[in-house]
Design a binder for this molecule. Structure first.
Ligand code: KMH
Ligand code: ZN
Length: 272
């Protein structure tokens, strides 16, 4: 598209935050749906979705994904992107389970890494199994790239037809154990992409704001939301996901990038 509309993804919940660390965290299906509506009203078109069980713990239960998805769809028009990452340690079958609901998009993490003090397991066998489930559902994959080696793996596994033919790339920068959120790193990653490959940046914590600006200026797309960052500015928690999306929209406006509608997002990413 000539004017390169900006796709804003909002990561509403995640698996790591708790009400103790972030009191406004949406947890129940109704709370997640309300947060979704606010984020979409502010300008997000893709919702990266994790859900929680009745105790507020991260869950990959199909029934909860179904309920949350239905509630979101009643409130707003958007593209749902299910997490297959779950929480660190979620068993493979559980990670894949929500894919049977055939969301438009789902994530696929491209390698094992230290994730803070824990290990986020994405062996080649795990990647292959999740990729197969994504392909079987006719779902568009977003490849989660936490480190340069994972981008090298994209080419290697694509050459063996393990990955879906078409995918979108998300650079997740700043996880302790992954690639740091520095501009040099982002330039290195983007330089390695083939022409025309779509990409997003999700930078953690206080880097979410500057990397939103960097990605907008570089022609990429952005992910904001409380999965990655709970602060609006130093010492001030974000009021909501919608507040973080609204700031990304204002930045886009200043940098003369129009914000993509849902149909433009589908067109840019070639969604089904
Ligand atoms: N919660 C992280 C361990 C994804 O959603 O695909 C993994 C994650 C990635 O959030
Ligand atoms: Zn996630």
């Amino acid at each position: 598209m000539a004017n390169n509309p900006l796709i804003i993804t909002c990561a509403l919940v995640g698996a790591e935050q708790t009400r103790e660390t972030y009191p406004h965290l949406p947890l129940t299906p109704d709370e997640i749906a309300i947060a979704a509506e606010e984020a979409v009203a502010a300008g997000a078109t893709i919702l990266h979705l994790h859900v929680r069980d009745e105790q507020g713990r991260p869950s990959q239960q199909v029934e909860i994904f179904a309920e949350v998805s239905e509630k979101i769809r009643k409130r707003c028009d958007c593209i749902l992107q299910y997490s297959t990452g779950g929480a660190v340690g979620t068993p493979l079958a559980e990670r894949c389970a929500p894919l049977q609901l055939r969301p438009e998009m789902a994530t696929l993490s491209m390698g094992t890494m230290n994730f803070g003090a824990e290990i986020y397991e994405n062996s080649e066998a795990t990647i292959t199994a999740i990729a197969a489930a994504i392909k079987a559902g006719g779902i568009t994959a977003e490849l989660e790239i936490f480190d340069l080696g994972m981008l090298e793996s994209v080419d290697r596994l694509a050459a063996r037809n393990i990955l879906p033919e078409k995918y979108h790339i998300d650079f997740v920068l700043g996880v302790p154990g992954g690639m740091a959120a520095t501009l040099r790193n982002l330039v290195l990653l983007v330089d390695r992409l083939p022409p025309g490959q779509t990409w997003t940046v999700a930078a953690l914590g206080r880097q979410q704001l500057p990397f939103t600006a960097h990605a907008i200026a570089m022609g990429g797309h952005v992910r904001v939301g409380v999965e990655d960052n709970i602060y609006y500015r130093k010492g001030e928690l974000a009021r909501s996901n919608g507040q973080l999306v609204a700031r990304a929209v204002r930045l886009a406006d200043e940098l003369l990038r129009p914000v993509a509608s849902v149909s433009e997002t589908r067109e840019i990413l070639g969604l089904r």
